[in-house]
Structures are given as C-alpha cells and as structure tokens.
Ligand binder design. Structure first.
Ligand code: FMN
Ligand code: SF4
Length: 512
C-alpha cells in the first residue's frame, strides 16, 4: 500500500531543512522498498516544530517534529509511515493545542492540501465562492462583502465592501484589481503563507473582485524576496488558466479576468498603495497625493481596487458561506478572523488565526509560550515597524481595531513582535527614525528631513545630552511628522517613538 506523507514547502520549513528532509525520506523509503506519496503541503504555522512531517493514517494525520535528516532512518525503524511511536511523535495534528484552539477561515486549507493542485483545492471547497458569484448581480457580490464586515487587512482597516462599491460605481472601459503582496512589515508573514500554502484562494478572491467591480485585469504586486511564493503563484495561475478559471471567459461566463504577477524591487514604501501603482507603471515608487482615490483614478488613471492578500483571500469563504457567516466572528466593528503572526522573542512563533477579541496576553503566553529567553516580556510591537510598543500593563487589551486605537496603537497587518527586558526602548525608538529615513520616498519634508533630524536627536538623547531640551524637541518633531506627512510612513513613525518614550521613559533617561 502507498503511504501518504506530508513535508511542508513553505519558506520557513525550507529554511529549517524541509527540502533535505523530504529528499532523505524518499531515499530511505526507496532503500527499504516502501512506496510513499510525498506531498509538499503548506505550513501549519507552528514554526518551532518545522520541519513538521505528517503521515496519513486511518485515525487522521499524525505529526512528527521537528524532523531533521538524522532522524529519518529512526523514524522508518519506528514504522512512522503507519503512525508508529517515536520520540518526535506529536500525536494527531488536529489535536495539537496550538491548532485546535484556532478558528481557521482564511487559512482553512493551509497545511492540508497540496498548494498547487487544483483538484485538491476544489475537493476542499475551493471555487465554491466563485461559482456562487457567477450567478449573482455585481451589486450583490459587493453587498455580501459589505455585509461580512471585512476591513482591509493591509493596515488601514478600511471597509472592503465600500472600496469595491466605489470602483463598481465609477464608470470606465478598463478597471483593475491589484493585490498588495509587498508584505513589508517586520514580523509579518501571513501573506507569504497564503501565497505559498494556498495560492488558489488568492486567485479566486481576485477573480471574484474582478467580477464584482467589472475589472478584467488583475496584478499581484509581490515582493522580490518571496521566490517560493512567486513560483507557487505562477504555477497556480497557469493551472487556473488551463482549467478556464482565468481567461477571456471565466468558466464560460463570458466575463474576462486575467491575472499577472509583478515583482517589486524591495522598497518598504512601495507597499503604500499609490507608490505601489507608480512602481507597477514602471516608475519610481513615489507616493501620490490623495485625492483622487485609487478607487476612482488608480492604476494608469483607471478605477482600481487595491487590497491586501489576506483581504482578498478572505473573500472566497464570504461568497461561499455568506456575509453573515463571516460577520458572526469577531467583536465590535472588527468582524471575522485575523491571521495573527507571532514573532520576535517567543518560544512558539507562528501563525494563529482567530476571531478578533482575544487579548495580547493570551497570544503571548497561551500560544507564544512566553519569551524564548525565559525572561519577562517587556514590550510588544503590534502592526509592523510603524506600530506602537505596548507595555505589560496593556497586554489585556482585546485585539480589535477600536480597542487598539483607544490606547494609541494599531492592529495593522496583525504582526506581533515580542521583546524581553533586555530591550533598550530608546535604541528601538532611534531605529524607528532610522527606518523612516532609509525608507522615506522623499516627497514630503516632514518625513524626508524630519526622520534624519529625529535620528540625530535620538543619538543626543541616548548620549544623555541636554535632555530637558531634546526630549520636548523630540515630541515636537513627532507632532510635525504625525500631522504634516503625506503618507503613513512619516505619519506613523511617531507611534513607535512616542510609545517607547511614554511607556519606558527610564530608557530615555527621563522621569515617568
Ligand atoms: C509605508 C506603507 C507601507 C505599506 N505596506 C503595505 C504592505 O506591504 N501590504 C499591504 O497590504 N498594505 C500596505 N500598506 C497599506 C496600503 O497602502 C493599503 O492601505 C492596502 O494595500 C489596502 O488594502 P486593504 O484595504 O485590503 O488593507 C502600506 C501603507 C504604507 C503607508
Ligand atoms: S511621509 Fe515619507 S514616504 Fe510618505 S510621502 Fe512623505 S516622504 Fe514619502
């Protein structure tokens, strides 16, 4: 009998040796005359267990991790292809606490299917949403997305249905769907995991968006540092074309949707939607003035939907199960689920998809297992490099957009980066200014000049020079950045800087 085994093809697993483990398993199986069907699946998102090898058994999939090549022979000795016991055996994958406690809607298939197998995608409810959308009026598709309460997962949390409605109602011969796959935020990787682990769900989401607003062309703007995602996407796009899910007449509907991947060159600011469009048009990634909104005058001057990978990948399940189904998850005005990325100084880094509303403390300790160093967690930065640092006293804040706004913080793209008590918050504040100076597009003065002045000021503060003058000056500079910048790169740099100063004044040499 052929044994089915799974070894992830996700970059995180590959960086920990998954390719070598897969090769060793195939070699050992051949030596022993055991026939195996080795599937390269997406990652389950439990990075401390990667490479996580799974085996199909009558009871369900049994997991082994973290597996290194040196373990392979002993795994075969233990009859692991039949679920045999071994020091690395973790039991049934679905029973692992980290996974079992999650509510996986967007990530429902990731780790389960072969990412680039269309049949496997369809067998696991793939393309149900598109099938429904093809029988709906455009306004009804948009309404389902509006009813779901989905808000953009790229950072700004703008309601997706409202954006789509604007594009739908802006007449034009040519409209575009852009997927923002630049994923520049520190500590974030959910976009990458979707593109590597379930590329068809993004393709389906973009196709539905195209049908909804009347756009026949889509572009995925992918950061160049994601070669595995690039390969998975291009393979899946080719298969979708071959099977009629993309093309001049999607599934014979007479409605066209074409899709291409374009690689960004690695500028953080090119994740900002208007400089992204400049870059897609072949120009330097400079931020544009708004208005006009991209939904009215976007790519090549045409109405354009720009959405994050997770926003678009959440659309198929909404069209499959209905807006109300999705809306039932979450709290307040933050509806549905958020794929949260746990990173930094944590024992168990990884991906946790849950309804909005759980607290940072639950994430850091129940899922993350506390700091990897075993020292107290001093601060967490949520929402990327422009997110605020939160001290322990704020760890009970529920993760939702409004609760975070109330404490002058952001949820952003859902990245959570933990720091232990050895972190120097003044150094981290200096780094935020430096990051802004390096990544600034240079279009507006507060950010272009202010970030460099901010670095100099932080150097003075760290050296303890004239604190009674320099600390108020830092606050004044942050005020200018906050209120005078053209985009959120300059506009949000004060979040990490001032939150570090306000919550950890002792690191800046000043009294609380
Ligand atoms: C400096 C900067 C970088 C950004 N980087 C990203 C990014 O990497 N990915 C992303 O989806 N959105 C990013 N955004 C937000 C986008 O401008 C835009 O709001 C988003 O793509 C819209 O999609 P959504 O509504 O689905 O979130 C960034 C914004 C700024 C100001
Ligand atoms: S804030 Fe910075 S990145 Fe944004 S437009 Fe101004 S100079 Fe460019």
């Amino acid at each position: 009998m052929i044994k089915t085994l799974y070894v992830p093809c996700d970059s995180s697993a590959i960086s920990l040796g998954a390719d070598r483990v897969a090769a060793a398993i195939l070699h050992e199986a051949q030596q022993r005359g055991i026939r195996v069907n080795l599937i390269r699946n997406g990652s389950r998102g439990m990075f401390w267990l990667e490479p996580l090898v799974e085996v199909d058994t009558a009871q369900g999939r049994i997991a082994y991790g973290s597996v290194q090549t040196k373990d392979v022979a002993s795994l075969f000795d233990a009859d692991f292809t039949n679920g045999g016991d071994h020091a690395l055996s973790l039991g049934l994958t679905e029973e692992l606490e980290y996974l079992k406690r999650q509510q996986r809607l967007t990530f429902a298939r990731i780790g389960i299917t072969d990412p680039v197998c269309l049949d496997s995608y369809i067998a696991h409810n793939g393309y149900q949403g598109l099938n429904n959308a093809l029988n709906m009026a455009q306004a009804d598709i948009v309404k389902a997305v509006t009813d779901s309460g989905l808000r953009g997962r790229g950072g700004a949390a703008f309601p997706t249905g409202i954006k789509w409605n604007t594009v739908l109602n802006t007449p034009s011969e040519q409209k575009y769907i852009i997927c923002n796959a630049d994923e520049g935020d520190s500590g974030t990787f959910s976009d990458r995991m979707v593109m590597e682990g379930d590329p068809f769900v993004l393709i389906e989401g973009m196709t539905i968006a195209g049908l909804a607003v009347g756009a026949s062309q889509g572009y995925i703007y992918l950061r160049v540092e994601y070669p595995h995602a690039h390969k998975a996407l291009t393979t899946a796009i080719d298969k979708a074309y071959a099977a009629g899910y993309l093309g001049d007449s999607v599934l014979g509907s007479g409605k066209a949707f074409h899709l291409e991947v374009r690689l960004g060159a690695g500028a953080y600011v090119c994740g900002e939607e208007t400089s992204l469009m400049e870059s897609l048009e072949g120009k330097r990634g400079l931020v544009r003035f708004k208005p006009p909104l991209p939904a009215i005058k976007g790519l090549f001057g045409q109405p354009t939907v720009v959405n994050n990978v997770i926003s678009l990948a959440s659309v198929p399940i909404i069209l499959d199960k209905g807006g109300d189904y999705y809306r039932d998850f979450g709290m307040g005005r933050s509806r549905g689920t958020l794929p949260i990325q746990l990173a930094g100084n944590l024992k168990r880094g990884g991906l946790v998809e849950l309804a909005f509303g759980l607290t940072l403390r639950e994430l850091l300790y129940d899922f993350g297992g506390g700091s990897a160093t075993g020292r107290p967690i001093k601060a967490v930065q949520v929402g990327g490099p422009l997110g605020a640092y939160l001290p322990e006293s704020q760890f009970d804040t529920p993760l939702d957009y409004e609760s975070f706004a109330a404490i002058w913080a952001v949820v952003g793209h859902g990245g959570v980066v933990a720091f232990d008590d050895t972190a120097d918050m003044a150094e981290l504040a200096r780094y935020s200014m430096e990051f802004c100076a390096i990544e600034s597009c240079g279009k507006c003065t507060p950010c272009r000049i202010g970030s460099t002045r901010g670095m100099e000021l932080m150097d003075d503060i760290i050296a303890g020079n004239d604190l009674s003058k320099n600390v108020p000056l830092l606050r004044s500079l942050c005020d200018t950045l906050l209120n005078g910048s053209l985009c959120a790169l300059g506009g949000m740099t004060p979040y990490p800087v001032l939150s570090a100063l306000n919550h950890f004044p002792q690191d800046f040499g000043v009294e609380a």
